[in-house]
Design a binder for this molecule. Sequence first.
Ligand SMILES: *Cc1c(COP(=O)(O)O)cnc(C)c1O
Length: 320
Amino acid sequence: MVKLLISGMVKYKVTEYFKSLSHEGSGLWKQFYPDPRESIFKDYELEDPLSENKYLVSPRLVHRYKDRVLMLVTDQCLMYCRHCFRKDFIDRGINEISDSEIDLACEYIKKHSEVHEVILSGGDPLTISECKLSSVLKKIRQIRPGLIIRIGTRIPVVEPGLITDGLINILKENSPLWFLLQINHPDELTPDSVAALKRLNMAGVGLLNQSVLLKGINDSVDILKRLYQGLLEVMVKPYYIFQGDLARGTSHLRVPISRGLEIINELKGEISGIAMPIYAVDIPGGGGKIHLNRESIINEDDEFYYLQNSDGFVGKYPKE
Ligand SMILES: *Cc1c(COP(=O)(O)O)cnc(C)c1O
C-alpha cells in the first residue's frame, strides 16, 4: 500500500494565469505565495490532519463515510495552495493512478454495494491526461448504474484554458457528474473562469463550491458576500465553507472558530439561503466533517474547543 504522506517542505507552484490576476499581498497572492510563517509547526498540527491514511482501503481509495469513497487519482496540482490539508501528499512522486490501481479501486467499490458516490480527488484530477480521465470515468460507470461521480478541482479558476472541447465531451459522456470547485475569493471569478464555468454548466455538469475560511484572504462578510453572490450568478451553488484543517505550517491562515461563527452569522443576514454555504470542520484525528455551530462545541478549556461528531467521537481544535 502506498504511504500517502512524506515529510513536507515548502514548494511553490502557480499558473501564469492565476499569478497575473494577483498583486503582492492580495487575497489571490496569499493562496499561492509561500510565507515564512509556514516554518512554524504547532504541536497539534499534523501531516495527515484528516487521518486519511487510517481509511485507505486500496492504494488510491479512501473510504471514510459509508456511501461515498474518495479516489486519489494524482498527487499533482497546477497551483500549490498554501493552506492545503494534503500538502504533505502533493507532488511526492506518487503520480497518476495506474491502470491496475484503477482496477483495484473499482473492485473494492464493486464489492461494497453501499457505495453510491465516487469522488475523484488528489491532487487535481483534471491534471491527468484526458485519455486517463476518460478511462477512470468509464471504469467507474461500468461498476453499476446510478453511481454518482464528483470531481474535486480548482482548474476552472487556476487554468480555465484546460476546460477544452475534448474535456467537455468526456464529461458529457459520463453524466451525471458533479464538480466540486474550490473558489475562495471573488477575484477568482474573471471573464476566463466564468466562461469555463458556463461551458461546464452547458455540458450538464452540476457545479458546487467549497471554500476554506482563510485569514487575511476571505475572513470578511463583505468578501464572502461578493463571492457567494458572484457564484450564484454563474450557477455555482456554495456548498461548504471549511474551517482550516490543522495541516502543518498553516496556523497564520486559520481564522479562530469564534470569529468564523460571527462571520457566518452575519453573512446569513446578508445573503439568500441558496447563496449560503454550510460552515463545517473536519474533526482532527479522523472524526470526519461536522457542521460547525455553537452546539457542536461540547466543551472548551483555555486552549481548545472540544468537538463531537454524531458517533460520539470527540476531537479538539485550537481556539486561536
Ligand atoms: C469530505 C469528504 C467526503 C464527502 O463528504 P460530503 O459531506 O458528502 O461532501 C467523502 N470522503 C472523504 C474522505 C471526505 O473527506
